[in-house]
Design a protein around this ligand. Structure first.
Ligand code: HEC
Ligand SMILES: [Ca+2]
Ligand SMILES: [Ca+2]
Ligand SMILES: [Ca+2]
Length: 382
């Protein structure tokens, strides 16, 4: 008799071990989060409809260094806390996955106490799951699981955390349990690149001059369709009503070419700014100021816009005057060349003009070359 009882005991043990092999308490089967293409725990825990009442609640909080976040940065890791509650419940379970755009698996999980990970199979083999394990089911009225989500290396836009959870009746069977679903959408952080304007080789310009502004983009790049705009300050460097000089499509560091309008008032406090559209960004004003001021058109000695015989007389009359050299020395009638005021004036037939305009080639002397330029450029108009 005693021997027979022992045999029965062994058989029972074997039976228990057999159940243990499919002990779902130690972790539910994968792909039951209710995410697109998946079932929920109800495929087995079917005693109630899905989300049968409003008695249960779930909260998914994503944190980084203890601070709750409202977006994720690709490649970074986050602490996830899932809290589920239902008054009167003493046994809980959950499973979660995270899907980004196109329902692509977003990153992966690192399990912690009370949780385990699992991989999808078949058509869902890319999916990664985190769920309770046998050490993570008991709780009174409320249950919290903490684990790590490692965001995907490349952003996937909005990531949805799909959660299915079980508020079980603790009868060690799939009967009598209530299954609920919940989700959290975590947008991808908008990383805004920064624009800094590089030092400009020229510090003096004339109205009408061309200007090439190069700038550097750091901290990422702009999105497709981005448009840069070059803004010019007022003469004191203020941007309360800036002037848009030019636009350029691009996503990284570039050079914008523009020409400075003729109507600009003279000043030496001009600054630049660059704005971008994707995402909306504005650079700091350029560190360097530049001047827009009086400029010489080579040969137009009286600065009336045309080179004619009067200019010849002005230069002849001011022959021998000296003054500051120009930054650019040229006699080409292709631009006005910025120049400083000269100490001397020139006069002809009652008209007075600063002698800088007489120095056609910009070498700081009024001499034969300048006379010649009034002849070479005769007839030129601007
Ligand atoms: C393939 C069927 C199946 C699926 C799917 C399934 N379970 Fe279970 N689950 C069981 C069975 C069978 C039991 C009871 C035996 C056991 O504990 O292993 C059980 C037991 C449990 C228990 C303990 C129940 C109690 O009343 O003591 C919890 C909690 C649980 N499962 C959670 C889940 C969660 C959460 C999901 C969904 C993510 C899930 N299960 C999906 C089959 C399943
Ligand atoms: Ca049950
Ligand atoms: Ca003239
Ligand atoms: Ca000269």
């Amino acid at each position: 008799m005693k021997k027979n009882l022992f045999v029965v005991g062994v058989l029972t043990l074997v039976g228990l071990i057999g159940i243990n092999a499919v002990d779902y308490t130690s972790g539910p089967p994968v792909s039951n989060t209710g995410a697109p293409g998946e079932n929920t725990c109800r495929s087995c825990h079917a005693g109630f409809s899905l989300n049968p009442d409003l008695e249960a609640s779930a909260q998914i909080v994503v944190r980084q260094n203890g601070q709750a976040v409202e977006s994720y940065v690709p490649g970074q890791s986050y602490e996830v806390e899932v809290t589920v509650s239902r008054t009167g419940t003493t046994k809980f379970g959950f499973q979660m996955t995270a899907l980004g755009s196109g329902n692509a698996m977003a990153g992966n999980w690192t399990a912690a106490a009370g949780t385990s990970t699992g991989n999808g199979t078949g058509s869902l083999s890319a999916r990664r799951y985190i769920h309770h394990n046998s050490g993570g089911v008991s709780g009174t009225n409320v249950k919290t699981w903490n684990f790590t989500w490692n965001a995907p290396a490349t952003g996937l836009g909005n990531v949805v955390f799909y959660l299915a959870y079980n508020c079980a009746n603790n009868n060690n069977s799939s009967s009598g349990d209530r299954i609920y679903t919940s989700s959290l959408t975590l947008p991808e952080a908008v990383v805004t690149p920064e624009i800094s304007i590089n030092a400009n080789p020229n510090t003096q310009y004339c109205p009408g001059n061309d200007i090439a502004v190069s700038f550097t983009v750091t901290g990422g790049s702009f999105h497709d369709g981005n448009v840069y705009t070059l803004l010019l300050s007022d003469a004191e460097g203020g941007f309360s009503s800036p002037l848009a000089l030019a636009t350029l499509s691009g996503t990284g560091s570039e050079t914008i070419n523009a020409s400075l309008p003729e109507f600009l008032e003279p000043g030496n406090g001009y600054k630049l700014k660059i704005t971008a559209t994707q995402p909306t960004t504005e650079s700091e004003p350029s560190a360097q100021t530049f001047s827009i001021g009086a400029c010489v058109w080579p040969g137009d000695a009286n600065n009336d816009g045309i080179v004619d015989v009067f200019d010849y007389f002005f230069v002849a009359g001011g022959y021998g005057l000296v003054g500051p050299e120009r930054p650019q020395t040229s006699t080409l009638w292709q631009a006005a060349y910025p120049s400083e005021d000269w100490p001397a004036n020139a006069n002809f037939q009652g008209e007075t003009i600063n002698a800088r305009y007489l120095d056609a080639n910009g070498d700081g002397n009024v001499n034969l070359l300048d006379v010649a330029t009034t002849v070479v450029n005769r007839g030129r108009e601007r």
